[in-house]
Structure formats: structure tokens, C-alpha cells
Design a protein around this ligand. Sequence first.
Ligand SMILES: Nc1ncnc2c1ncn2[C@@H]1O[C@H](COP(=O)(O)OP(=O)(O)OP(=O)(O)O)[C@@H](O)[C@H]1O
Length: 880
Amino acid sequence: MGTIAGDELSEWEEAQETASESIAGEDGGGDSGGFDGGGKERIRVSVRLRPLNEEELARNDPSDWECINDTTIIFRNTMSDRSTLPPTAYSFDRVFSCDCGTRQVYEEGAKEVALSVVSGINASIFAYGQTSSGKTYTMTGITGLAATDIYGYIERHKEREFVLKFSAMEIYNESVRDLLSTDNTPLRLLDDPDRTTIVEKLTEETIRNWEHVMELLSICEEQRQIGETSLNKTSSRSHQIIRLTIESSAREFLGRMSASTLAASVHFVDLAGSERASQAMSAGARLKEGCHINRSLLTLGTVIRKLSKGRTGHIPYRDSKLTRILQPSLGGNARTAIICTMSPARSHIEQSRNTLLFATCAKEVVTSAQVNVVMSDKALVKHLQRELARLEGELRRPRAVSMNNYAEEMLREKDGRIQQMENDIREVTRQRDLARSQLEDLLLRTVGDDQESSHQEGIFRGSTSDLPSACGDDLSVDNSSEILHSGFLETISPQDYPTEDANYSKNRQRSSEISSGYYPASPQSSAGGVSSEGGAPTRGGGEFLSLDARPEMDDLCKEVQCIEVEEVSTIRNERSSGLLTSENGHGDWNAEGRASSSSMSRRLSRSRSCRAALMASSPCPWFPEEEQVEYTPPGSSFLGDSHQRRPEDFRRRLFPLNYGVNGEAPSPTTVCSSKAAQTPPREDVDDGQDEKGSGSSVTGRSIKDAGVDPMMSPAGWPEEFERRRLEIIALWHSCNVSLVHRTFFFLLCKGDPADSIYMELELRRLSFLKRALAGGHASNISATSNTRALRRERGMLCRQMQRKLTAAEREGLYRRWGIPLQTKQRKLQLAHLVWTAAGSVYHAGESAAVVARLVGEPDDTHKEMFILSFPVGKSPWQRR
Ligand SMILES: Nc1ncnc2c1ncn2[C@@H]1O[C@H](COP(=O)(O)OP(=O)(O)OP(=O)(O)O)[C@@H](O)[C@H]1O
């Protein structure tokens, strides 16, 4: 039996209501005492005053108690010495005078509560009082009457099927005995999940009829421990608990899943006498009984007292078997009625007062009875299955959620990895393309210079048929190198060239020619080395690369050509005007090597178009395409003595044409011994008086392009380095060059003679850029756009300060740079301070230190970048 709640209750509500209505309907609520079917109510407390018994009458024990009405009993002191004292009044739910019969007591003091059991509400009827006060007398009557009424109710409610079960026990000396069993073995008390106490192995008889109940009651009476005390010859020495359990179901629902079963128990409790042992004049076995009795009653009194004060604190139900078994009836799920019996005799005044005190407390105790509906087996199975499914669902749900979360987390992680890998692939691809582009650019420039030289050489020694038709101009040169076999060429035998790589050999030889800084002009030499028909290589004078034998090279060299032409066009024109003349409109050259100005014009025109085509097809990754077309600075021939000190592998990559067959670098002495290497550098002055021919001027330009200044002694380099560095710093400032570029260049070029080539290149590029900006012929770049890019770069530095520097480091920088710590936007101030002084190497060094700290130190790779490209506005760092 138990209670149900929630949706399960709704399943039974209809049947329960049917049962309750049927009970209330016929009996008008009388049978159930008008109880509303559940809720809190106080214990119904009644006091029954028995008549003076023979012994009391015999000793003239006066009766001082009087029930002045149905609810109040007063103690009227008839003793002479206390006659002046006012009577003490006690009020209860009902008081019964000595002339009230048991039926009346039952009807008015117990029936309402007792018959609640037929409505599925637990009920308890207690008899409390001292020995011989009439507890057994009262409870025996009440139990019988209640049983009779219950059976009368059953008889009247044929629509319901009732099942009555009877059990009885006594608690004697704190041992529980089964009154329906001859076995006196104490029964154990067990706790069930409903916090009720189960008496193990207690006999429970299913009652057949009213007579059966009476029979069982008789058995209990016979079985109960009795003894003779001074007050009661047949004193009940134990607490007797008779339990009548009633289950009822509406017959119309029987066998159905929805069949309702109301189940409740009514306890008839005849307590042992509450008197003190001494008062009962007990001794021996009776004294021991008295101790146990009092222990249980003492606990009962404590429980009632505590319950009467509210349900705060610990209620010592478990301190005795009596209170433990009756716990539901004491402030639990039961309606309770207590009938306190008392003797009217003055001699029992103290016990009577105690009884009334107990009753006073009991009437304050609130119970919370409710209808108990039990399920049928089928319904219980269904309910349990549903509950099982629910619990399994709950068990699965968190796990499912957890699994889903785990799966989602794994997917997110994998997506993240995939994204990271894709980013890595993109980055690697970008770097690969960049490196490839740089390598191609490097080769292009190198070969371009070679081509430029060859082209120029062709001007002197070739014919119109030597030039690629795509270039439009058929420029022929009949001049030959005057020292074709001089210098480096003499050191390398054509036989040494690997036959399977003729172009490489040719290029390498050509590069050697360039590196020697000398272009042949001697007809004699030309005759020995180059065919006048087409410049075909001859073995006798060393193989020259034929222009028509390498059209792809011609295409690749266009960028360099056009830059060279742009830069030196004025000079070249002037020079050409005196040295080269065209014999016809197709740009043929005369035997004196003079070209007409119209030929040069055509040449310039061709170069620009070719450059544009080249740049469009091979964009430099460091520049937007539109910027590359217009702002690629002059290319250079990175040749000369200085680069010999660079890392061997880099030299090999950068100047493949300058190496021998076996990869060995040409010795500085070889280069220096060349005739051209000893030629004084020529200024790019348009004196127009180069009688030595264009070959000399080209030679001089080539030397400068190579960054080799034969006149500059190693001892003079430090001063020259400082001069160039200051010039570069000033140009950086003028051109708004990227701060990162400035930083890397400044930190990498520290005065090593090998740096001369980089500085020369940088100066040339910066000069070109400055002129382009000043001249306005750079349509896609302007000082404004550079300034904007520079501002973005300073913003980047500002953000990097926050990321890369600690607060202490930043504070140190602020102090070092004179930025007041109390000012705002200090990082921005610092970012706008670096690289702002155009004429101070010290300032540049400090600036470079700051920027390098923020973007990282440069390495040799960056140094190579200086040759490959020249970032304006945006730095390589920004483009990552
Ligand atoms: N209301 C009453 N009217 C007439 N006789 C009564 C009444 N109450 C009790 N008696 C009688 O008083 C005697 C003692 O009653 P009873 O045995 O019921 O007392 P008790 O409280 O049960 O005592 P104990 O606790 O010792 O068992 C009995 O002989 C009984 O018949």
C-alpha cells in the first residue's frame, strides 16, 4: 500500500472519486465522519470518565471530576482545605461522563475517525490512561462497534468488493508478539521505503465475516499478557494493537487495468497503564513490566509533546517499539482519535491530571491523512513498465547528450584541423610560388642583364636577322668585341662546356663576359668569335649565345631591358647619336656602330611594351600587379668582386652564369684581372663624347650596375658605407619606404664590403623611385598612397607592441623615446616616432631595434629579398 502522485494519480482519480462518492452519497458523510478525503487535522481527543468502581466506593474515595458539558471536564476540589480554590477545567473534543456508555463514546468520539478506513484513509483509535481506568473496557467496545459498522458499511456497498485483514500484536516488555500466533517469539520490526514500520512475520488473517472478527478479537484478548496489580486484578500488562486493513475496489472496474483499490488500516490501540510503578505498587515481574511500559509511554508522551509544538526538531519515534509502530498514526498519514480514560476517584488525582495533560498535548497534534490508493497487479505492472522506460530514458538521455556533445566536439576539432591544414597548404603553396617567382625573377634579371649585354653586344656584332622578330626592331651590329678572348674568357675553354647543356654553358660564358665588365668591340675579335651573319657561336673565339638561338631568353630579358633603357635612355641616345647610326629605317647599324635616334626610339618603344607583357605574365608577389608594371625599379647585374663573399650556395643560385663548369666560383683575381675591371667607372653623364664607342659606355655602366667601384679602395669603404647609408636613409624617408624594409636593410647591411652591392642596388632603386614620384609618370603610385601604407604599417607596429611587449618593456621604450608615461596612446606615439628622422643614423638604429623587436629579426633570406624586389608602401611582413 502506498500513495501515488502525478500522472499515475490521474489514472485512479475517477475510480477513487467514484468510491468516495459512493461512500459519502449513501451515508451522507457520516460514515467517514465528514472527513473531506484528506488533509491536516488535529487528533481528536476525548476523555472518558468511568464510574467509581466497587473498591473506590468501598473506601469512600470521592469523585472530584465533573463533566460540565460535552467538551469540558472540571476538577472540583471537595477537600475542605481547598474548597476556596477555583475548579480546574479541561476542554477536549468530547468528554464523556461516567454515565456515558461505550457506544456513545464510540459514536461521538471514535466512529468518525475509525470509519475513515473504508474511504482508504488510515485511522487510529487510542485508549490512554492509568491502569484500571477503563482503557480495555472502552477499546474492546469501540473495536467491536467499529468492526460492526465496517461490516454494516460493507453490506450496504455491494458495488464494491472489500477485503478485510486482521492482525494483532502486543508490545510486552519492548517485545512485539503476534497475538494470533501461539509462538511467543518476538517479532522484528523492519523499515520499509515508505518510512513505515513493518512487523515481520506478523499474522494477517483475511476476515470472512463479522463473526470472524469477533472470534479473532477474542483470541487476542486471550493471548494478551495480563497480570494482577494492586489496582487491577486483570491488568493488561502490554500495549495491544489490533489492525484492521480494508481494501476495496469498485466491482465494475474489477479485472480492468483501471480498477481502483482503496486500502487503509485502522489501528485499535489499547495502551498499558500509564501509572508509575510505585503507584501501582508493583514488584518483581510487575515492576519490570512497569519499567518497559513506562518507557514506551514516556516516549509516546515525548512524541506527542513534540508533535504538539509543531514538527520542528527530531521526533523520537524510534525510541520505543510502540511509537515506532504507531508513527503513521502520530502525526503521519492517519486520522487519529485518542480516548483518555480516567478514574474519577480522588485517590487517582495525580494520574488523572497526568492523563489530562497528555490529552491536552495530544489535541494539538496535527496529522495529515490522505486517501491511499493502491494499484492492481496489472496496473502496477503497467506502471512499473512505464516507470522503467522513463528511468531508462533518463539514463540514456544524459549519455546520448554526452555522446552528441562528444561527437560534435570531435567534429569541431577535426574541422579545425582541416582548416588549419588548408591554411598551412595555402601558406606553403604561397611560399612555394613566392620562392619560385623569386627564383624566376632572379634568373630573369640575371639572364636579362646577360641578354641586355648580349643584345647590346648584338648591336655591335649582330645583324638584323639576329634579333627576334617579335621585338620589332632589327638591330644589327657589326662591331665585335675587341678583346673577345681577354680576361675570363681565356680561362675557360669551350671544350669544358657540357654538351648536354649548351645554353647553360653559353649563358655561363656570357655571364663571364658580363662579369668581366667588358663588352667586345674589336672587329678582330668579333671575326674570330662570332659570325657576322648571325652571331653564331664559333669554337675558335669562344661561344657566344646567339639571340635567335634563345628566344625565350629574349623574352625574359625584356623587363631588364626596358628598365635599363628607361634609366639610361637619354644618355644612350646621346651616346648612340655619336657612335651608332642607322643605315635604314629598320634600325640597321652601320659599320661604325652608329645608330640613328629613330632606331633608339623604336628600341625604347619595344622595351616598354615587352616589359608590360612580361610583368603581366609574371607578377612579382611583393607588389600589386599594377604597381609592378610601373614601379619595378631598375634591375641590376649583381656582379662584381663584392658578392664573392656571400654564401656559396646563394651565389650559386643567384649567379649561375658566373660559375665554372664544375661550379667553382671565378676567383677575384680573375675578375680583377679583366681589362674591364680596371676601367675607371664612368658617370652616367650625357656628355655625348664617348668616342670609344658605346661599348665603353656600356662597360662603364655595367661596372656600376655590378656595384663594383674599382677606384674605391677597401680602406675607403667604411666612409663610403656611412655616406651611402645616410643617403639611403634620406631616400627611404623621401619615398616613404616600408619601415620593415628599412629595418631589415639597416640591420643586415652593417658595413661589410659585401654589402656594397646591396647598397648600390638600394640607392639605384630609391633614386628611381624618387624620380618616378617627383616626375609624376608613375601613375599608379603616389606619395599619398605611400603615406597611407606607411600609416597602416605604423598601426601594425602599434598593435604588435601590445602583443609582443610586456608592460615593463613598453614603459622602457616610452622612457627611451621620451614619451611621457602619463600621456595617452603612447604606443601610437612610439609607432609614429620610429623612422622619422631622415638624417640620423642613430635614430635609424634605434628605430630598427624597435621594429625588429616587434616583427622579428631579419636573416639572410631577407637580404636576398632586397635583390629580388623592392617593397614600396607595403612590406613583406604585411603581405603575409
Ligand atoms: N465505563 C465503565 N463502566 C463500568 N465499568 C468499567 C468502566 N470502565 C472500566 N470499568 C471496569 O473497570 C475495570 C478495569 O477496567 P479495565 O481493565 O478496562 O482498565 P484498564 O485501564 O484496561 O486497566 P489496565 O491498564 O490495568 O489493563 C474493569 O473491571 C471494567 O469492567
